[in-house]
Design a protein around this ligand. Structure first.
Ligand code: FMN
Length: 179
């Protein structure tokens, strides 16, 4: 059957979902979930995500020129959902969701303590495309919870990363297969 193009990306699923944390020029922090996210270059390490133009996240990044990509596990699901609520500009969604703000090493935007890995990014460029704005950042520092690396190997099942399917539905990684 033909597929409706209304929400075609619901079929391109599940997609990893991240929490992007930012700060505005007055020092008020913010966080929001984003699933339109992808790596774009390994060296230099570049990451991109697409934001609707009205997002406070985009406004903060335009002001401060940095952001943190936080990787949430299943235990952060409820808080992540709270960060997606539409609340007035200038209210810290991190604190409101009951999440912990941690100082980042290299950028002004904070890290979210409950997330298992963090990529600290400097803004490289923004590109208005269709009904979104593509934001490209360079990762200048990164960290991961100690127990998620065993003998140099990332323990993905243990980190239990959240993936977005559609609306309120999320997927979890069930099984790894090898070719
Ligand atoms: C799982 C999930 C994924 C989302 N992905 C995106 C996305 O990729 N791009 C986007 O613009 N909004 C996305 N949203 C919506 C924003 O997170 C939401 O509108 C949020 O309130 C924006 O916050 P802000 O205005 O403080 O930046 C997503 C929401 C959820 C729940």
């Amino acid at each position: 059957m033909d597929l409706s193009l209304d929400h075609w990306y619901h079929i391109l699923a599940p997609r990893p979902v991240v929490l992007i944390s930012t700060v505005n020029s007055n020092g008020v922090s913010n966080a929001a979930p984003f699933s339109f996210i992808m790596p774009v270059s390994s060296d230099p390490p570049l990451i991109a995500f697409a934001s609707a133009p009205q997002r406070h996240t985009l406004r903060n990044i335009s002001e401060v020129k940095d952001f943190v990509v936080n990787l949430p596990g299943y235990e952060v699901l409820k808080e992540l959902w709270k960060c997606a609520e539409d609340i007035p500009y200038g209210v810290s969604e991190i604190k409101r969701a009951g999440l912990t703000e941690k100082r980042a090493d290299k950028v002004r935007s904070p890290k979210i303590g409950e997330c298992f890995a963090h990529f600290e990014c400097k803004l490289v460029s923004t590109y208005p495309l269709g009904d979104h704005v593509l934001v490209v950042g360079k990762i200048i520092a990164a960290d991961i919870r100690d127990d998620l690396i065993d003998r140099g190997e990332y323990q993905i099942i243990k980190s239990n990363p959240l993936m977005h399917i559609r609306e309120k539905e999320f997927g979890l990684l069930g099984r790894i297969v090898e070719v």
